[in-house]
Ligand binder design. Structure first.
Ligand code: ATP
Length: 397
């Protein structure tokens, strides 16, 4: 059974018309036809997306890929050129700086105006007002016109209003990055509270760790198109390495047919412990990574095998290649294996992803496997965080 949706986006595209002014010279030369040049620009193309009630969706993508436009379309702040958006429930949106507040009004007046726009009655706003100001931490400036606010103060107040109007759907666009560290933490805690309360959140962020930590689902935008929708770890990998690479590696892991590079391919990279391949390791115990590759053409240049270990959210933890160890790899046709051995696995309890690359010493990529495999670590050493170190302690005095 699929969860009921709070937002349904069907076949949405958004076109902007760009007005390109000709250069002065062109205008003089073609004085009579000196009208400006209009050009269509599609910021969103063919978007279909259902957002289930109670989910947190992270919108990611490179600059200009259409994340903010999609968020504004979801929020009804801009209308799509084609397609439809259905939304239910009360919505609060924290979009780019400058949207929402009137510069000439004071913080207090803006809180009242903003909360009223979001559907609160005068009485409800009176009830929430102190909590809003308290959360924002800017009570000293509440009677100052917001045009004199710093961007951090502005975001503090806007976020405080957004989270106190009891929204079913909260839209957040990057603005959290503006606040200082303690305020960001406070916002994250509030967002986590919203998640526990079953509210729906759509967040645009360039911070992979924020997206990885918050989202149940990631949508990757690329040139106005949605190129991926799925688990955050996979989405973040698509963002970093591209859709093609993620798809290819996934297909290879699942044994689906893919066209391999003619010359060489990585057959697999797996964790070895207690004499066999495993997906379960123990922190502090010895472990090794077996890197298996096949050459179909003999290589004239030396080869370099690279491995990387990351968290499931794609945060890099460790990288190594055979070149750093001055290890000469076989370059003849056939299957070869390299073992990277570690005396003690330094990771804490959690799930980790291995990826790898095979290239020539001159930097030509022969193959990449990303992800190559995953493993889970169980703790045996005391400590917290991602890293575990053998430790002892004694009282000196
Ligand atoms: N009002 C507008 N008129 C014309 N073009 C626009 C308008 N709004 C956005 N665009 C264009 O649409 C594209 C997508 O913009 P959008 O702000 O959605 O990207 P984004 O993925 O949020 O980028 P960023 O990470 O840089 O914030 C950009 O090329 C942008 O210049």
């Amino acid at each position: 059974m699929t969860a009921p949706t709070i937002v349904q986006i069907q076949d949405v595209s958004k076109r902007f018309v760009l007005h390109k002014h000709k250069s002065v010279k062109e205008r003089i030369v073609n004085a009579r036809s000196a009208r400006e040049h209009r050009e269509d620009f599609w910021a969103l193309r063919d978007i279909d997306l259902d957002i289930p009630i109670g989910s947190t969706v992270g919108l990611v993508g490179h600059n200009g890929s259409g994340k903010s436009t999609l968020l504004k379309v979801i929020g009804g702040i801009i209308q799509p050129t084609t397609g439809s958006v259905k939304r239910r429930g009360r919505m609060a949106a924290l979009l780019e700086l400058g949207a929402g507040f009137h510069p000439d009004l004071t913080g207090r007046e803006n809180v009242y105006m903003n909360a009223a726009i979001l559907g609160l009655t005068q009485k409800q706003i009176d009830t929430y007002f102190d909590a809003i100001v308290d959360f924002s931490g800017i009570e000293e400036f509440i009677d100052t016109q917001v045009k004199f606010y710093s961007s951090g103060m502005y975001v503090r107040l806007a976020f405080a209003v957004a989270v106190h109007v009891d929204p079913d759907l909260l839209l957040v666009d990057e603005v959290l990055a503006v606040g200082d560290e303690p305020f960001q933490r406070k916002c994250m805690e509030k967002i986590e509270q919203f998640q526990r309360e079953g509210r729906t959140i759509v967040v645009v962020s360039h911070s992979a760790s924020q997206i990885g930590r918050l989202s149940d689902k990631v949508v990757v935008m690329d040139h106005g198109r949605m190129i991926f929708e799925g688990p955050p770890a996979d989405g973040l990998r698509v963002l970093r390495f591209g859709y093609e690479e993620q798809e290819r590696s996934q297909a290879r892991l699942e044994g689906r047919p893919v066209t391999l590079n003619e010359d060489a391919s990585i057959l697999g990279i797996s964790l070895q412990a207690d004499g066999g391949t495993t997906e379960a390791a123990t922190s502090g115990a010895p472990a090794s990574l077996a890197f298996d590759y096949e050459l179909r053409t003999a290589q004239s240049e030396p080869l370099v095998a690279g491995i990387a270990i990351e968290t499931k959210q794609g945060e890099p933890l460790y990288g190594l290649n055979s070149g750093m160890l001055d290890l000469a790899l076989p370059t003849s046709v056939g299957r070869h294996s390299v073992d990277f051995s570690f005396d003690s696995l330094p990771f804490g309890a959690g799930a980790y992803v291995i990826r790898g690359s095979l290239e020539t010493a001159g930097g030509k990529s022969l193959d990449r496997l990303n992800p190559a495999s995953e493993f889970a670590v169980a703790d045996s050493l005391p400590g917290g965080g991602v890293v575990r170190m053998p430790v002892s302690a004694r009282v000196r005095d």
